[in-house]
Write a protein that binds this ligand. Structure first.
Ligand code: CA
Length: 218
């Protein structure tokens, strides 16, 4: 998943980019509104509203005019008007500075979940012959239903939401088990092993050494 960070202050942008990359996101950063409008398409945009060249709200509106990309606006404390207008112009959420990385990542996940379920309102997520339908909580492989426990389903759905992406153990723990307690990392291995068995080919879930896992067609 590719995140575009639009932020002019290096002191804010640099640790943000590092932190998001550590979470397994693909990140690019621009420092101006023009840069944001010229950037190649992203899966999500983090948009600072106080930019040196253009009004961030204007950038938000122009991004929204041409794509449905999820946008989270970053606003300063005390700028309530910006938040309201940002949401009216099509931003999906806002985060108030100074924010913690964990809070921001939780918002990113929530926005992605929301937009993924909208995008998939017409049908399940599909990776090759694997279909994962979060609405009905059913997963099928080549048309045959997989008998999954609730957590196995949640884990498969988390992987299927972003096929090919390396998802960190920490992110999977947070998304599937609502915890970042690192000690429970073994739980992931147990569930991954069960999923591989049920999918019939361990190649579906690839181990990314030192990071976590990715879903791909074997
Ligand atoms: Ca700024």
């Amino acid at each position: 998943m590719h995140i575009l960070v639009v932020e002019d202050e290096d002191a804010i942008a640099d640790p943000l980019v590092v932190g998001l990359r550590r979470e397994g996101y693909d990140v690019s950063r621009v420092a101006t509104g023009e840069g944001a409008l010229e950037a190649s398409s992203a899966d999500l945009v983090l948009l600072d509203l106080r930019l040196p060249d253009l009004d961030g709200l204007d950038v938000c509106r122009r991004l929204r005019e041409r794509s449905r990309v999820p946008i989270i606006v970053l606003t300063a404390r005390g700028e309530e008007a910006d938040r309201v207008v940002g949401l009216e112009l099509g931003a999906d959420d806002y985060v108030v500075k100074p924010y913690g990385l964990r809070e921001l990542i939780a918002r990113i996940r929530a926005v992605m979940r929301r937009t993924a379920s909208l995008d998939n309102a017409g049908g399940p997520m599909r990776v090759g012959e694997l279909d994962v339908d979060e609405r009905t909580r059913r997963a099928t492989l080549a048309g045959s239903e997989l008998e999954l426990t609730p957590k196995e389903f949640d884990l498969l759905a988390a992987l299927a939401r972003d096929p090919g992406a390396a998802l960190t153990r920490r992110r999977l723990l947070a998304e599937v088990w609502d915890t970042s307690w690192y000690g429970s990392s073994k739980t992931i291995d147990v569930h991954v092993a069960a999923l591989r068995r049920k999918l019939g080919d361990p190649g579906w879930i690839e181990t990314v050494r030192g990071v976590g896992f990715r879903l791909r067609m074997p």
